[in-house]
Design a protein around this ligand. Structure first.
Ligand SMILES: NC(=O)c1ccc[n+]([C@@H]2O[C@H](COP(=O)([O-])OP(=O)(O)OC[C@H]3O[C@@H](n4cnc5c(N)ncnc54)[C@H](OP(=O)(O)O)[C@@H]3O)[C@@H](O)[C@H]2O)c1
Length: 328
């Protein structure tokens, strides 16, 4: 998509502050006892918006804060990362911290994100859900060209299976609707792959509610991945549709993407009061915003990963929520 190509550093990212004492403690608690250990309660007793897990497709329990594996590739989401060993470490650390939903795409690299995931994590730990996508091709760095032709998509599924060393992909998302191809044809190809046992669940990306309705006439849809963060809510209607229909909603660029969030923003006060970073509050805000929200922040840094995962246990009070809403 257009925004996938944006990797600008022109606006300064908000300052990172330390979320005192929580990051590593959070990781340790997750390591010791899974996400319930952190929350100290069974999910059944919780407000759904604060439930730390989500049943993707009704049968794949995932911790709601996932990891986006687009940023572990090279500059312009092209080629291998400058430090390949570090990328492998980031992926391993994500799983150690309790992340069990990793988002990727054949287009990231292209291919290198999927290859790194397999290299770092295969044989995969039980319960790890890898969500990949197809339907965007990469003629060069920072270039993204849709291809939703059925033959292309079927081949893309086969190639992702090989790279990820999987027999079946848990979640395969149509990366974008190709304006040159009727979406029914693209989704028909994914349904064929699902019927052949190569895809467990199908998801969509960059779609309106009307497009989801059309897609669901062809194949069951379990999730949608659209751009969404506290400062960019243009896909609000899609989120509301997902919430109403019980579909997972994976906001991409959940912390503002390559540009980051605005330097002065509505999250600053809550962050200051909590000794948290603005990014952690942005993620906590998303998790609180909807029970179907599955943020997939991306990073190539272990320190940022640890900071992001720790946001899972930062709960905003109603007063903080109201103050943030007033200012955005
Ligand atoms: N479906 C689609 O069309 C689409 C489009 C874009 C992205 N996606 C998916 O969504 C995921 C997330 O999107 P995104 O990567 O664009 O945006 P994002 O997660 O909002 O932001 C990633 C950027 O934030 C930085 N960052 C991460 N954690 C940080 C922290 N704690 N402190 C300071 N900076 C931090 C990263 O740099 P560092 O590496 O330096 O940490 C990176 O530049 C992607 O990985 C991909 O899986 C999907």
């Amino acid at each position: 998509m257009a925004d996938e190509s944006v990797d600008s550093k022109q606006n300064p990212r908000v300052t990172r502050r330390t979320f005192l004492g929580t990051t590593l403690a959070g990781g340790a608690a997750l390591l010791a006892g899974g996400s319930d250990a952190i929350f100290g309660a069974s999910s059944a007793t919780m407000n759904p918006a604060t439930n730390p897990t989500w049943q993707l497709g009704g049968d794949l329990p995932v911790n709601r804060l996932g990891f986006g594996a687009m940023r572990i590739t090279g500059e312009g989401i092209w080629g291998w990362p400058p430090d390949r060993n570090n990328a492998l470490k980031v992926l391993k650390r994500a799983v150690e911290l309790g992340v069990n939903l990793i988002d990727t795409a054949d287009a990231y690299g292209p291919e290198t994100s999927e290859l790194l995931i397999a290299e770092a994590l295969h044989p995969y730990p039980k319960g790890l859900v890898i969500a990949t996508k197809g339907g965007l091709t990469r003629p060069g760095p920072s270039q993204w060209v849709p291809n939703g032709r059925p033959e292309h998509l079927k081949q893309a599924v086969e190639m992702s299976l090989k790279r990820l060393r999987l027999e079946r992909i848990d979640l395969y998302q149509l990366h974008t609707i190709d304006p040159k191809v009727p979406m029914e044809a693209s989704l028909g190809a994914l349904k064929e792959m699902q019927d052949a046992g190569k895809i467990r669940h199908v998801g969509l990306s960059n779609v309106s509610p009307e497009e989801i309705v059309r897609a669901r006439k062809v194949v069951p849809i379990v999730s949608v991945q659209n751009q969404y963060n506290i400062e960019d809510r243009k896909w609000e209607k899609t989120l509301v549709y997902c919430e109403k229909e019980g579909l997972g909603f994976m906001p991409w660029s959940p912390i503002g993407g390559g540009r980051g969030l605005k330097p002065e923003n509505a999250l600053e006060k809550a962050a200051r009061d909590r000794g948290a970073s603005v990014i952690q509050v942005a993620l906590a805000w998303l998790l609180e915003r909807s029970p179907v929200m599955l943020p997939i922040p991306g990073t190539s840094s272990i320190a940022h990963l640890e900071e992001n995962v720790a946001a899972e246990k930062l709960k905003l009070t109603p007063a903080e929520w109201k103050a943030i809403e007033r200012e955005t």
